[in-house]
Write a protein that binds this ligand. Structure first.
Ligand code: F6P
Length: 380
């Protein structure tokens, strides 16, 4: 019987974190289960820093459905299995997972809900191997978690990018310019591809298709011949040219099992080249954290609520060590091992790394087919 549960939100913030928290808390309350939240993700688990979550009488988990961010914070790049610690003025990396296991056990949490992307779920899987009951909920604007059709936060990010493209259209048209929009997504092109379709872009570069800049130049020339003096280009931050490299803005030192690459610069690289090769003025806008913050779309509110309620129901049924997913439009659960466990190269270490088994855009996906059908140049 589940009596006391805890939630942790981990990784980059997304719109929808609070909607999931609220749904878990409400479902718990309706079943007389106490709910708590660890502050700042796995860091809170390590420090045993948590708060009670309630929706009664305008308590902390009430009125949060439309709110961006996470009321219990979140931590990025925190791998407690390989955690940076200062010792004698030097940074050393330690496996502090035992401290976390002890914290969960001594305070009697029957289940830990882990809201996060593939790095978070890898750690969750590793905690499950150490006897903690975990249930994951797939979060990330990147939409790249394996075994689910969609993660919460993604739809809002696409909507923000589509809105930005509408605005860039008017400037592009007025000044006869090439307008480049760099969007997030890390090593997957979901946000770029879907927002390019939603925002009527002419060209979209995604990491799954190394691009040839000359294809984009030809597309822009074709448009010019038709009297269209402007073009709209979406560039995923992880996009790179054929035979070239990914654009990395900086490298962090957070240990192994996390992504130490801070991506950036792909959009301005494309804008500079297009300006040189077409003779048209090109401008780059980096959408950045606008895609993660603020109020979730109605779609994300509903998806997050479904995921949260399902997660709590699974806990009450005693079905642990799984991830809530949407498969073929249906709410379901799959084993965490299936989601993050089958990449033996990184073994039991968590991490949203380039090598991890993230879900990428496949060439037979409807979004790719649709983009090609309507003539969006994908750089190949
Ligand atoms: O994974 C979500 C994401 O927003 C990526 O799209 C982006 O590359 C990254 O996080 C940025 O991370 P940070 O918050 O560490 O700058």
């Amino acid at each position: 019987m589940v009596k006391k549960v805890a939630i942790l939100a981990n990784g980059g913030d997304v719109s929808g974190f609070n909607a999931v928290i609220r749904a878990i808390v409400k479902t718990a309350e309706n079943n007389n289960i106490e709910c708590y939240g660890f502050i700042d993700g796995y860091r809170g688990l390590l420090k045993n820093n948590y708060v009670r979550l309630c929706t009664n009488n305008s308590e902390n988990a009430s009125g949060i459905l439309p709110k961006g961010g996470s009321i219990i914070g979140s931590s990025t790049n925190a791998n407690v299995f390989h955690y940076p610690v200062e010792e004698n003025g030097q940074v050393v990396y330690k496996d502090l997972s035992d401290v976390c296991v002890e914290n969960v056990k001594k305070d009697g949490f029957d289940c830990l809900f882990t809201l996060g992307g593939d790095g978070t779920q890898k750690s969750a899987r590793d905690f499950s191997l150490r006897g903690i009951n975990v249930i994951g909920v797939p979060k990330t604007i990147d939409n790249d978690v394996a075994c689910t059709d969609i993660t919460f936060g993604y739809n809002t990010a696409v909507s923000v990018a589509a809105d930005a493209l509408d605005r860039l259209h008017t400037t592009g048209e007025t000044h006869h310019r090439i307008m480049v929009l760099e969007v997030m997504g890390r090593y997957a092109g979901w946000i770029a591809l879907e927002s390019a379709i939603a925002g009527g872009a002419d060209i979209a570069f995604i990491p799954e298709i190394p691009y040839d800049i000359n294809c984009a130049v030809r597309k822009i020339e074709e448009r010019r011949k038709m009297g269209k003096e402007f073009s709209i280009v979406v560039v995923a931050e992880g996009a790179f040219p054929k035979g070239g490299d990914i654009s990395v803005e900086s490298v962090r030192h957070n240990g192994t099992g996390v992504d130490n690459n801070k991506l950036g610069g792909a959009g301005s690289k494309v804008a500079k080249e297009l300006e040189k090769l077409t003779g048209l003025e090109a401008r780059c806008t980096v959408l950045g954290y606008m895609q993660r913050g603020g109020t979730p779309t109605a779609f994300d509110r509903v998806l997050s609520t479904k995921y949260g309620a399902k997660a709590m129901e699974l806990a009450m049924e005693g079905k642990f060590n799984v991830l809530t997913v949407i498969k073929d439009g249906k709410l379901d659960a799959v084993s965490l091992e299936d989601v993050v466990g089958n990449n033996k190269e990184i073994g039991a270490v968590s991490g949203n790394t380039k090598e991890s088994n993230i879900r990428k855009v496949t060439m037979d996906h409807d979004l790719v087919k649709t983009a090609r059908s309507i003539g969006i140049c994908l750089g190949d």
